[in-house]
Design a protein around this ligand. Sequence first.
Ligand SMILES: *Cc1c(COP(=O)(O)O)cnc(C)c1O
Ligand code: SF4
Length: 345
Amino acid sequence: MIPARLTDCHRDTWQQQMVDAVTDPAELLDMLGLDPALLTPALAAAARFRLRVPRSFVRRMRRGDPHDPLLRQVLPVGEELRDADGYSADPLGEAAANPVPGLLRKYHGRALLVTTGACAVQCRYCFRREFPYDAQVSDGGRWHEALAAIAADRSIEEVILSGGDPLSLSNARLGALTDSLAPIPHVRRLRVHTRTPVVLPARVDEGFGHWLARLPWPVVVVVHANHAREIDDEVTDSLARVRAAGAHLLNQSVLLAGVNDSVDALASLSGALFDAGALPYYLHLLDRVRGASHFDVPEARARELVRGLAARLPGYLVPRLVREEAGAPGKTLLPLSTGSQTCKL
Ligand SMILES: *Cc1c(COP(=O)(O)O)cnc(C)c1O
Ligand code: SF4
């Protein structure tokens, strides 16, 4: 049975829920009734990259199941400490695409603002697990420099708020940021990349809906769910509020061994997303960040999975299989055929 404390806290404000996230591996194991033997490796791995998971997300995990696909995304494990060939601290070479602190100019016509280093959750496979946020976050006075760079470059048509997770910021901070962007005439679209509506749905509060609804540009919100069970009623409500504010809603997932590496899991995810008003957009191959090699799904297997999906679902429910490459101007789209050709977006 679910302990009372798990069911009570969802009435707290999102700020309280953020502070109240589970950060102690012993508590997480205890809440889920898992073997205490998992604690020693969890503590060792958490010393490198700490555990952090909102209680709302823990409520969706199955008690007593060490292989739960939601748990696997957040529980530190001993495999993270294993060194693997080809895995590094900055797999995408972001340090090189970073002309001004807090601004990434990797994609043609689009500028990515690193609004904050904070996330409501710490995903074990995160490609920014070792990103030097303290130096790069366009926080406080630093936003000024990034905004000036956007204003000075008329090729930038779209601003992507990223992070960390931009929804870690208050509605007032988000409002101040978009007020500064509004006078820049060449910006035509705003995009928000966020996992928060999925891991901490209470974040999509009334004030956030107002902020979204009043933005002067067409807005795309790209959320991030990897498994159908992440999308419960509370998440469905939060996504409905995003849509009610007029934003287009897309989802990106990461293909993760032991989480969603089957045609059944991916098909259920697409169906659950559509039921909640979001279209599947990208399915990312894992970025080869140190500590995440146990999530790897070989490329040939990834293509086979997406071919299986395409055989089963309408085209709009089949995400694009992509890989990020250091220095490339966009993602690399992987064709589903067995040939070795790839085409650049
Ligand atoms: C891919 C990606 C982008 C750019 O997205 P497009 O949809 O290809 O324009 C921006 N931010 C993040 C985090 C991405 O992964
Ligand atoms: S929400 Fe995104 S940026 Fe934050 S830890 Fe997870 S994968 Fe990384």
